[in-house]
Design a protein around this ligand. Structure first.
Ligand code: 6GU
Length: 246
């Protein structure tokens, strides 16, 4: 899978692309990540990429020309490439969207800066606008890294055999159960006995119950979209009853 990043700050990406799971995926060729510096497509002696807003007001606006030329310079050998603009006004990124994006061969990510991007780029050259949450970042770069991280770990082979993404929070719409590793007692706190029991069915049931409990306590909104089995509904009914009676 290929990612092209259009940015005024390509240097922000280097450690992120080099380290850990993504670094390994890049090295092995499972993901191919290319950086395009929008500034190198600016004209004039000062390579200006922003300008004052028509109509007045605070802040600066990204000029359409440099972004447009940067976009034109990207080769698109694949039929299903997608141009994504990172903006707080975009559609909120969710796990289901990450799966959809992971099916593509090429994602072209445009990182906005300043107060925003000239509207004509958004309306004629962008396929999808994405936000990573309801807060304001100084630019789309961190959001692009979030998208690349969330998507590339769904590309077959990227996580390797050592773990799977299927147990992750949100894969079935629920929060994950708590994890423990050695030592068995840490600062006086013991690992729940069930996890030492060796009884796989009991462990599975405990984990599922903890998942449902956490989701109920912290993110009840997730139940609107969660995929619940009959067993889950029974556990949930018990949890709710217990909460009501205490
Ligand atoms: Cl994609 N960009 C910026 N600048 N701020 C954001 C965002 C994106 N998503 C949430 N906040």
């Amino acid at each position: 899978m290929r990612f092209d990043i259009l940015t005024l700050f390509p240097d922000l990406f280097s450690p992120f692309l080099r380290e850990s799971i993504l670094g390994r995926a890049v090295k092995s060729g499972l993901v191919d990540i290319r950086l395009t510096d929008i500034r190198s497509f600016a004209h004039g002696p000062h390579n200006v990429t922003d300008d004052r807003p028509y109509g007045g007001g605070n802040g600066m606006v990204m000029k359409p020309g440099p972004v447009y030329r940067a976009l034109q310079s990207i080769d698109r050998p694949h039929r299903d490439s997608l141009v994504i603009l990172l903006t707080p006004q975009g559609k909120p990124l969710e796990q289901s969207m990450a799966w959809e994006l992971a099916r593509r061969d090429q994602l072209i990510l445009i990182c906005g800066r300043y107060e925003g991007m000239d509207e004509r780029i958004r309306t004629s050259d962008v396929d999808l606008e994405l936000s990573i949450g309801d807060y304001v970042l100084s630019g789309g770069e961190l959001a692009a890294m979030v998208v690349i991280d969330a998507v590339s770990r769904l590309v077959p082979g990227v996580l390797g055999g050592e773990r799977s993404n299927l147990d992750d929070s949100f894969e079935d719409g629920l929060l994950e159960y708590p994890h423990y590793t050695r030592p068995r007692i840490f600062n006086g706190k013991e690992v729940p006995a069930v996890l030492l029991s060796g009884d796989h069915e009991k462990i599975r049931l405990w984990r599922r119950t903890e998942s449902l409990k956490r989701t109920l306590e912290r993110r009840p909104d997730l139940f609107k979209k969660a995929r619940l089995k009959e067993e889950d509904k029974a556990i949930l009914a018990k949890l709710k009853k217990k909460a009501d009676s205490s």
